[in-house]
Design a protein around this ligand. Sequence first.
Ligand SMILES: Cc1cc2nc3c(=O)[nH]c(=O)nc-3n(C[C@H](O)[C@H](O)[C@H](O)COP(=O)(O)OP(=O)(O)OC[C@H]3O[C@@H](n4cnc5c(N)ncnc54)[C@H](O)[C@@H]3O)c2cc1C
Length: 550
Amino acid sequence: MTVVAERWLESFSAALARGDTQAAAQLFEPDGYWRDLVAFTWTLHTAQGRSAISQTFERTLAAAAPTTWTLNGESPARDGYLFAFSTRLGRGIGHLRLREGRAWTLLTALRELKGHEEPAGVRRVHYADPEKQSPVPYVVIVGGGQGGIALGARLKRLGVPTVIVEKNARAGDSWRKRYKTLCLHDPVWYDHLPYLPFPDHWPVFSTKDKIADWLEMYASVMELDYWTSTECLNARPVAAGWEVDVLRNGEPITLRPTHLVLATGMSGFPHRPHPGAMHSSEFSDGAQYRGKKALIVGSSTSAHDIAANLHANGADVTMLQRGPTIVVRSESLMELAWGRLYSEKALAAGITTDLADLTLASVPFRELPALQKPIYDEIARRDADLYAGLTRAGFLHDMGEDGSGLHSIYLRRGAGYYIDVGASQLIIDGRIKLKHGAVSALAENRALLSDGTSFLADLVVFATGYGNMSEWAGKLISPEVAEHVGPVWGLGSNTTNDPGPWQGELRNMWKPTKQPRLWFHGGNLMQSRHYSLYLALQLKARFERVLPTL
Ligand SMILES: Cc1cc2nc3c(=O)[nH]c(=O)nc-3n(C[C@H](O)[C@H](O)[C@H](O)COP(=O)(O)OP(=O)(O)OC[C@H]3O[C@@H](n4cnc5c(N)ncnc54)[C@H](O)[C@@H]3O)c2cc1C
């Protein structure tokens, strides 16, 4: 089979070398995909269908001038072929899936810029500079959670002067300050930061405090220019870039970077249907609620975790559910969904974290639901007892509007699921009680519910999620800029909270936005790790003034 891939790559590279974009596109299936991460398009772009593919090549080929296409063989993940190539400006790697000799999916990804490689291995410096000074930043990253930190580390290695401003007192506080019992819901193999993986005794599901401490250690050893207790008050676009007003330990400072990255998190704007009520982001622990009555509004991750925590502390807990939630047992998810790429078994098969990320990135977003659905069908079969129990208890559950499960809903709206680590059994057993509807009014310790009944509670927690990341642009820059940029995140799948049109990529994430020199970065630990590379390369190319005009 490798011979077929070799032939394909030969024909493809020959067509590109001739500038014959039509012939290159004919090597794809009629509805095939080409996803490019910065190598040709200098953005994140998926072209679907031969005509879109040839148009994208027409636009980008002359500047990219790709050469030295080399097949590296079949991927250890056994789902395609890996190859390397170079362009006028950089070196890239890629992933190819063939069906009957034609490309179904092709991924091209830039990995480094020629002449601006990271100073790693043989390029490392001999002596560290003992003088540490905060640079005059070319990039300011607002928000020093895992997103800001991962991007900061990449930019540091690339020599792009960057300051990360974080309003909290310590790196890691965005995890540290969450409720006491929070553990990561993603397994350790999925969670590494760039360059510095967790040690191999690290638990599969880490506590939030371990992650917080790791982030703090990481920011320090990676020598990031990380300003704690520094709040960004506002930012203004100016001719040469940005003016960013920050308050650093109470002292007002104006930074003047060329680029501004908002890494302020998906979980920054609590969605609070009733002003003044407690939001899940403010709940820390249920110890003080022993014997008390609690109402948890919502039925996704935080609602489950908080309900379980309160129950464990002896509270009488009721969950108020409005619509169906995707529930998946953690073990099943690990075994059937994540394990193939992110597990000890995957590692033993030669699937490194980097290769797992590349493989995941090679799957076009359009194809994900169809590929994921059989996994969730299998989970539904395997865990029929769980779902029957939930149904008996009156808990509304599904596998998403099109049955494609958790990964799809996360990309579409970043919410609406619970990875079961025990709370579902509490619901099945009636130890966490259930009601349906919403809170229509709230007064003192009484919640008026949408079914007309009222509920007396000592504690009401709204686990009702968070607003769109574009709200950060509205708050820190201006409502006009936020509107101009449009929503951040989501694919345009035309499902609930993810209106069309179809985008092919996550909206406005890690790529140029309509507002010059404004970028958004974030997502889960895997996304922070993987996509920070492509955002860092886009910024580095601008810093070195080598960005081609397409
Ligand atoms: C219950 C729960 C479970 C989760 N489990 C996982 C998991 O298993 N794996 C995973 O990857 N993710 C998980 N997440 C999601 C997790 O919240 C995000 O992945 C992570 O926080 C995103 O990192 P971030 O850096 O983008 O944003 P954040 O961690 O939110 O960081 C943003 C930072 O910006 C700072 N900031 C905001 N405004 C300003 C300002 N004006 N000036 C200066 N600083 C500012 C904030 O203080 C904050 O530190 C979970 C979330 C919840 C709620």
